[in-house]
Design a protein around this ligand. Structure first.
Ligand code: THU
Length: 142
């Protein structure tokens, strides 16, 4: 679940840059997320809020959309950065979004503006999860 420092540094830089462009006028809580695919491509996203509050989107969702639009299909590692004292772990819905494109041992790093705070595996964040493999197994069942 560890990543080479260079990968972590690159994810952190991309997430921080995306966070600087976040649109969060309602919560004031800006978030950046960056992921790396197995071939080394990095995609980033930021939260984009909306006057109709529930329509807002998380930073992780933006990073995943950028990956898919860029032709990527697998997340090798992800990093989320936000401010404040707490840990900005992905929300429940985003854990499921990450699950679609990641493995149980995929690292999900959580950072503050000063740097890395804690690293998790996806399995730690979303145990006993439902994913595409469950559907595949059901389709091939008698
Ligand atoms: N948010 C994210 O973008 N990612 C997270 O992991 C947690 C929360 C956003 C959603 C909303 O725009 C703001 O942070 C406050 O919840």
């Amino acid at each position: 679940m560890t990543d080479a420092p260079t990968t972590l540094d690159a994810l952190f830089a991309a997430a921080v840059a995306a966070r600087e462009r976040a649109y969060a006028p309602y919560s004031g809580f800006t978030v950046g997320a960056a992921l790396i695919t197995p071939d080394g491509a990095i995609h980033a996203g930021c939260n984009v809020e909306n006057a109709a509050y529930p329509v807002g989107a998380c930073a992780e969702a933006g990073a995943i959309s950028a990956m898919v639009a860029g032709g990527g299909r697998r997340i090798a590692a992800m990093l989320v950065v936000a401010g404040g004292e707490g840990l900005c772990t992905p929300c429940g819905a985003c854990r499921q979004r990450i699950r679609e494109f990641a493995a149980p041992d995929t690292p999900v790093h959580v950072a503050g503006p000063e740097g890395l705070r804690r690293s998790f595996t996806l399995e730690q964040l979303l145990p006993a999860s439902f994913g595409p493999d469950v559907l595949d197994a059901a389709r091939s069942a008698p």
